[in-house]
Structure formats: structure tokens, C-alpha cells
Design a protein around this ligand. Structure first.
Ligand code: SF4
Length: 652
């Protein structure tokens, strides 16, 4: 077999069982790898009645057929489970080197189920797999635990997936990290790992990846690597990481200031990539085989946080506990880096942490929350003392933070707040949206917010880069959508097809487990190139159409998983802030004054491209059968009827 390792490793922590399962040809061809394998397992093995923290939930780690090869950026890994934050499909994708190491150890996927009686970690040493005691490292930050495990195993070159205290305390938005700083941030995978008493998975792989046609494979890899040398998007990412977007976001009005009440601020340059580089940047850190190398390293040199260091931050790590909560606009810029360091060490999703704190701050601003609810904390914008305290409280489930650790939607219920509080959550399907306001970044992105198959979509999942960076690649929008108009962010022209296309394309890319910065943000690697290196690696004969259909199949099974949780058309919404509040102008050069998101003008056409049932929003039987998902079509029958009945009862 070429490309794939050909087997899944299953670890049952309740039984202490370690099982290796072959992945046959049809299965690999249908789901390809990574997110594809993971979503298929979650759909099949975790029924809707299983709670996310039940031992019966699964945590899957998936890599793809070209993982660990010389193709650009092949170190990604998708972590999937049923999400404790949304109670629906949860997954998140991370870089680093662990994914490649897993492949060298001889596995395409690890599935963990059950719950250990006491804290453990899994040690995968090629064929040999052990469940080991983790009592000594429980409670440690990932950076401490990483060192301790390497010392214990006597090998500092191994790669380790870990959770932090947030995951151990089952915070519903705890993240999973590898190589200490590379996070699968979203949907609470770290909380599910913690619920299994699992601290992490250490891997040593001494094998390789068999390439079917080495000459062709290295030719295409070299050709693509050459392209990166002149790629227009790569320069910004290389120099400043995704912080290169701060000043762009500020100009185009999509910086999330004070829970997205504003889209820009005169002092945003304080924490731009350029300022970061001039003040606290200390070298760079790239993921496996990456020609872009966007990772930054930060060392704070002055002030009360002097001496703190960490890998990062990137844009979505810096803005949630920075401008989203009103921090970074004065002489407090080091607080932005410090807060990002904290969420990293505690193993929390930065986006959700900033999201839930900024939601609470806006509720406080409007008198919905008072000091009586917050344990005496004054939740004022820009109050670093309070933000820092809340990050601690969330990670350890203490005080008001214990309620915020549930996420904003569940916190509203726990606190018994009025309906008005929902307005300020800025979530879809229960998960906070990232720090990019679609009234400025683009209407396509706004549409994808409403349709995302894990809620709260973000830059690694469905960001429509054809409207973000498409203008840097003249002719690309025309090639894919038919004209250049969709490159303009605030137009609806071509956006329904753009979202349909990018979701499918991103889905296939996640099955390959390559970084989407090589294939979407930058368009140095196009779909045809992906198919070329996939075929040279595996020796198979995928067509472009088949490759894209794999992405479409993935979106449909993920959408079907939500359908089984009775989530469909009525949940295809975005926060009213985007559709009803015209964007205010806060800097003279801002380009999107007065914009609102015209979701209703795009959604019906998107449904047509997807062939979703217009009444329920569920995938149609016809589409599911066309994609070879006859079993899913059958499964959905009772849920379809139930969802319709619920709508009738509610008068919708
Ligand atoms: S572009 Fe950045 S995130 Fe993507 S693989 Fe390279 S270093 Fe990692």
C-alpha cells in the first residue's frame, strides 16, 4: 500500500484494550483520511443520545494519505469528537509535527473511547502501544508535561498531544495542543479528552511513507515549493504570521472591538504584526514541511509580564482576549500577549475564552449582568485585572468563571438570564464566531457562519479566501466562479457558489491534512495540484471531480450528524448584530461604514447548490444517495419527520 499506513489504532480506556483495525481500499477511497475518517467514525459510533462527557463519546485523531511527506505543509491533524460546547459535531485542526510522527508510527487514525480510572497518557512507540500512569503530570501546563514525559521516556525528539488544566477540568471549550504551542482550539476537544482521564498521547514513529511514483511526486512537490517563493500571500504570513491581518482588518472594519460593537480602532496598530515584530517577536516556528512558516515566537521584554514567552500568537489567538474585550489600545499591549500566553498554558480555546468574556462584558454594559452575578467583578471593557482573573477562573472552574466555562449559551440558562442576553452571544449552533466581522471581511464568510457544520466557523474551516485574498490572484475568481466580482467582500454576487465550493474544497484538504494556508489563503497549491501529488503518492487515479466530491460527501455526513440532533434550517442563522446593526465608522479610513450582512439574499441559492431539503434544511435523499450515503439517507427519515413536526408546533 502507498500513501496510507492502512490502519486505525483504537484505545479503549475503560477496558485497557488496544486494537488495530485495517482500513480497506473502498473506505480509504471514499473518506480519504483525516477529517473524513474522523467524521465518519463520529457519525457511526456516537449516537445523538450520548452526552459529550460520556465515556461512550470518541476522540479521533486523523491524518491523511500524504501526511509526513515532502508535499507542502503535511503535518496537520484533525481532532474530532461530539462537542461538549455545542452538543453536536466537534472538530478542530492543528499543525505541528505530531501528525507526521503518527504516520511514521504506522497509523492513519487513533480513536480513543471509554474512561480510565485514574489519569493516564498513551505511549505509541511504533507497533508498541501502552497506557501509562499520568498522576505525576496531571495538573501541569502542556509545556511542563511535555518536558516531563520526554524525560520519563528518555527521548526528547518524540511528539506529544496534551491538554492543559482547562481540559482536565472539563471546560467546555478546552483545546488540544501538540508540540506545546500548536492548538486544535475549537469545539472543546480538550474537555472530552479530560473527561476520559487522558492527559495526552506521546508518539515515536521510525517508519516512513511509501510513495508510489517517487520521481513524479518530488517533481510536483518541487514545482509547488518554487511557487511559494513568489506567492503574494506568503510574504505577509512569513514576516508577521496571521497578525499581518490586523491593519487590514482595521481598515476594512472587521476587527472585533468590544464584542464586535465596532469594527476598527485608531490604535489597532499597537498589536499589529509589524508592531509585534518590532517589540516582542523572537524568531519563528514552522510546522512540518511548511514553505510558509507563519508561526511566531513571543518574548515579552518589559513591564509586569517581562520574561514570559510562548509560541504565537496568531490573529485569532491575539484578538479574542485583546480588542474583543477592549484590551491593547493604550499602553496595555503586553496584556494582549500575556492573555494569549495564559490561554495557551491553561489549554483553552482563545476564541471562545474571549468570546464568552466579551459576551459577559456586553451584558454588564447593558445591565443584564451585575456585580451580584459576577461575584463582585466589574466587567468593564479593557479591565485587564478582571480579564486575567476570569481566564484563571474559567480554567479552574472557580467563581463566576465556573459559569463561563460552560460557554455563553449554557451560561444564560444557568444564570436564568432574559432572552435579551442571547443577542450578545455572537454564536452559531452554540459556538462563538471568530474575530472577523462579516460586515467587513465579506458576505461569503457571513453566509458560511450560518451554514458551518460545526457552528462558529472560522478561518481554518470555511473562510472564503476568494473574497479575502482573491484579489491577489487575478483570474482565479473567474476560473472558479465565472467573474471577478466575488473578490469584492461586500457584494452578494457569486457568494452562494463561493461558499459551496470553498466548504467542499476545504473538506477535501482537511482529509489530506495539509495546511489550508497553502491552498486557500495562498492559492499556490490549486485543486489540480492536490490531485497530482495525491495520485503520485498513492499510485491511484483520483480525478479533480472525485476529489471535490469527497469534500462534498464530508459536508453532507457532518450536516446529517446535526440533523440527527434536530438542527437544520431553523438554526441556519447568524447573530442579529450582523444583519440588523449597520457598521459604525470609528476611523476615518474605514471602508465599510453602514454595512449589514444580507444573509437572506444568499441562503436560498446556497441551498440549491447543496440540494438541501427546502423545508428542513437536511441533506436531500437524492443528494445522499448520489454521494454513496444510502445508509445516512435511511437514518435521517425519522429525524426529518420529527424536525418538521417540531416546526409546525412552533408555528414555523
Ligand atoms: S502555514 Fe503556518 S499553520 Fe500552516 S503549516 Fe505552515 S506554519 Fe503551520
Amino acid at each position: 500500500m502507498y500513501g496510507w499506513a492502512g490502519q486505525r489504532l483504537r484505545v479503549d480506556l475503560t477496558k485497557g484494550a488496544i486494537i488495530k483495525e485495517p482500513l480497506d481500499y473502498e473506505y480509504r477511497r471514499k473518506w480519504l483520511g483525516g477529517r473524513g475518517f474522523n467524521s465518519e467514525v463520529i457519525y457511526r459510533e456516537v449516537p445523538p443520545e450520548v452526552d459529550a462527557f460520556d465515556p461512550e463519546n470518541r476522540v479521533c485523531f486523523g491524518v491523511g494519505p500524504i501526511s509526513g511527506t515532502a508535499a507542502p505543509s503535511t503535518g496537520r491533524v484533525t481532532v474530532s469528537c461530539k462537542s461538549p460546547l455545542t452538543d453536536g459535531l466537534g472538530d478542530s485542526n492543528m499543525g505541528g509535527h505530531w501528525g507526521a510522527e503518527l504516520k511514521y508510527a504506522g497509523y492513519d487514525q487513533i480513536v480513543v473511547q471509554g474512561r480510565a480510572k485514574k489519569p493516564v497518557y498513551i505511549w505509541v512507540d511504533d507497533d508498541k502501544v501502552e497506557i501509562r500512569d499520568a498522576s505525576r503530570i496531571w495538573g501541569k501546563y502542556p509545556r511542563e508535561a511535555d518536558t516531563m514525559i520526554k524525560e520519563e521516556l528518555g527521548d526528547e525528539d518524540i511528539h506529544i498531544v496534551l491538554i492543559g488544566p482547562g481540559g482536565e477540568n472539563m471546560v467546555r471549550f478546552a483545546c488540544t495542543l501538540n508540540d506545546v504551542y500548536r492548538a486544535a482550539g475549537r469545539t472543546g476537544t480538550g474537555g472530552v479528552i479530560g473527561s476520559k482521564n487522558l492527559k495526552g498521547i506521546a508518539v515515536r514513529g521510525t517508519g516512513g511513507v511509501k510513495i508510489a511514483k517517487p520521481k513524479e511526486f518530488y517533481e510536483v512537490c518541487n514545482r509547488l515549493r518554487e511557487k511559494f517563493k513568489t506567492d503574494p500571500m506568503r510574504a505577509g504570513l512569513w514576516n508577521y504570521g496571521s497578525l499581518c491581518l490586523i491593519n487590514v482588518a482595521n481598515r476594512d472594519g472587521w476587527l472585533p472591538v468590544n464584542n464586535m460593537q465596532f469594527g476598527a480602532h485608531p490604535n489597532a496598530n499597537n498589536f499589529s504584526g509589524e508592531s509585534h515584530r518590532a517589540t516582542v517577536s523572537k524568531g519563528k516556528e514552522g510546522c512540518f514541511a511548511c514553505p510558509i512558516c507563519c508561526g511566531q515566537f513571543t518574548v515579552i521584554k518589559e513591564g509586569k509580564w517581562a520574561g514570559e514567552y510562548f509560541g504565537g500568537p496568531e490573529y485569532e489567538h491575539a484578538v479574542p482576549t485583546g480588542p474583543r474585550v477592549g484590551i491593547g489600545f493604550g499602553d496595555d499591549v503586553n496584556d494582549v500577549w500575556h492573555n494569549a500566553r495564559l490561554t495557551n498554558d491553561f489549554g483553552l480555546d482563545g476564541i471562545e475564552t474571549g468570546g464568552v468574556i466579551s459576551w459577559a462584558m456586553e451584558c454588564y454594559q447593558r445591565g443584564i449582568l451585575t456585580k451580584k452575578d459576577t461575584g463582585g467583578l466589574e466587567l468593564e471593557w479593557g479591565n485587564e485585572e478582571v480579564v486575567e482573573k476570569l481566564i484563571h477562573q474559567i480554567a479552574y472552574r472557580e467563581g463566576f468563571g465556573a459559569i463561563l466555562a460552560e460557554g455563553a449559551c449554557k451560561a444564560i440558562k444557568k444564570l436564568g438570564l432574559p432572552k435579551e442576553a442571547e443577542y450578545y452571544t455572537l454564536t452559531t449552533r452554540g459556538m462563538t464566531l471568530p474575530g472577523d466581522d462579516p460586515r467587513g471581511l465579506g458576505f461569503g464568510y457571513g453566509l458560511s457562519f450560518s451554514m458551518g457544520t460545526r457552528g462558529g466557523e472560522d478561518h481554518l474551516r470555511s473562510l472564503c479566501c476568494l473574497e479575502l485574498s482573491g484579489f491577489l490572484y487575478p483570474g482565479l475568481n473567474t476560473k472558479i466562479i465565472g467573474c471577478e466580482d466575488p473578490a469584492k467582500p461586500t457584494t452578494t454576487v457569486g457568494k452562494p457558489y463561493m461558499v459551496y465550493y470553498e466548504e467542499n474544497q476545504k473538506g477535501s484538504t482537511d482529509c489530506l491534512e495539509v495546511c489550508c494556508f497553502t491552498t486557500h489563503w495562498s492559492y499556490a497549491v490549486l485543486t489540480e495540484d492536490q490531485v497530482e501529488y495525491l495520485n503520485a503518492c498513492t499510485g491511484l487515479d483520483f480525478t479533480v471531480e472525485e476529489f471535490q466530491e469527497i469534500g462534498e460527501r464530508l459536508i453532507n455526513i457532518e450536516r446529517a450528524y446535526w440533523a440527527k440532533h434536530l438542527s437544520g434550517k431553523r438554526e441556519d442563522i447568524v447573530p442579529d448584530r450582523f444583519t440588523k446593526e449597520p457598521m459604525p465608522k470609528t476611523v476615518p479610513y474605514q471602508t465599510n461604514e453602514g454595512a449589514t450582512l444580507p444573509l437572506d439574499r444568499m441562503l436560498p441559492t446556497y441551498y440549491v447548490y447543496r440540494d438541501y431539503d427546502p423545508e428542513t434544511g437536511f441533506p436531500s435523499e437524492r443528494k445522499l444517495k448520489q454521494l454513496g450515503l444510502e445508509n445516512v439517507a435511511k437514518d435521517l427519515k425519522p429525524y426529518r419527520e420529527k424536525y418538521k413536526a417540531m416546526g409546525k408546533k412552533a408555528g414555523k
